[in-house]
Write a protein that binds this ligand. Structure first.
Ligand code: NAP
Length: 254
């Protein structure tokens, strides 16, 4: 856990984090709760959300599907005002474009792009003055990777959305930014490794080494690396930072 998360500087803040039941979202929830914030996590699987909420008294959860407008509306309807909204929920699937069905394409856009639109729009309506909107995009929002065209397209879309919304909200003291992690050690990465192994015959260790090698620092990103950047962007110190897509990738995009 980053040390900046332990100073109680978010004591009077309320944070919503979608996809908070695992991986990056779970770490974000823990980091903001440790920094004193009241945290609401949302996702589709109650057992996972319950487990994360049980780890800290300031974390509570709601069931919501970010691809479903009615579900997102219900989520925001009983939540009151918010200081920080983090659109983190996402999913990745891979296939060559030739073998990508319209259904696969739509599924990736629904969760990774429309889900962010619905979350940020709902969040904007509940945001206090000087509020913060964050989207967990990806390095796949800033460069291409083979076999994940729908995911890349959706994440590029998130960055466009963030840049436009930052300009719309600039005069209100609201900042809007995208976090762009490289390959990060989470359940989503485990799924990608299993998929690579199944399709290429590489062992899990070999597949992991291949993904690790994309990071010039020679390490996978940790969820706590993402949380440290989110805590900074959500802090008063980052008031002048808006409309940015910040790579958290050990130099992969330098
Ligand atoms: P993860 O552990 O699989 O977390 C994704 C979370 O999103 C899950 O808790 C999932 O919970 C939730 N979710 C998925 N679909 C949802 C929906 N329709 N409505 C509500 N919640 C939904 O993976 P992660 O790596 O932490 O991913 C978090 C974000 O980081 C994603 O946006 C991902 O694209 C991004 N990212 C990940 C990496 C990486 O290498 N791991 C790199 C760059 C960016 P339920 O299924 O229970 O709803």
């Amino acid at each position: 856990m980053p040390s900046v998360s332990k100073d109680n500087s978010f004591a009077d803040k309320k944070v919503l984090i979608t996809g908070g039941g695992s991986g990056i979202g779970a770490d974000l929830a823990q980091a903001f709760a440790e920094a004193g914030a009241r945290v609401i996590i949302a996702g589709r699987t109650e057992a996972k959300l319950q487990q994360v909420a049980a780890a800290h008294s300031r974390i509570e959860y709601r069931i919501a599907d970010v691809t479903d407008a009615a579900s997102v509306e219900a989520l925001f309807s009983d939540i009151g005002s918010l200081d920080i909204v983090i659109a983190n929920a996402g999913a990745a699937s891979s296939a060559p474009l030739r073998k990508t069905s319209l259904e696969d394409w739509q599924r990736m856009l629904d969760v990774n792009l429309t889900g962010v639109f619905l979350t940020l729009q709902g969040g904007l309506n509940k945001l206090t003055d000087g509020g913060r909107l964050l989207a967990v995009a990806s390095t796949a929002g800033l460069k291409g990777y083979p076999y994940v065209a729908p995911y890349c397209a959706a994440k590029h879309g998130v960055i466009g959305l963030v840049r436009a919304l930052a300009l719309e909200t600039a005069k209100q003291g609201i900042t809007v930014n995208a976090l762009c992690p490289g390959f990060t050690e989470t359940p989503l990465l485990d799924e990608s490794l299993a998929n690579i192994s199944a399709k290429t015959g590489l062992s899990n260790t070999e597949a992991r080494a291949q993904l690790t090698a994309t990071n010039p620092q020679g390490r996978l990103i940790q969820p706590s690396d993402v949380s440290a950047a989110a805590l900074w962007l959500a802090s008063p110190a980052a008031q002048a930072i808006t409309g940015q897509a910040i790579a958290i990738a050990g130099g992969e995009l330098s």
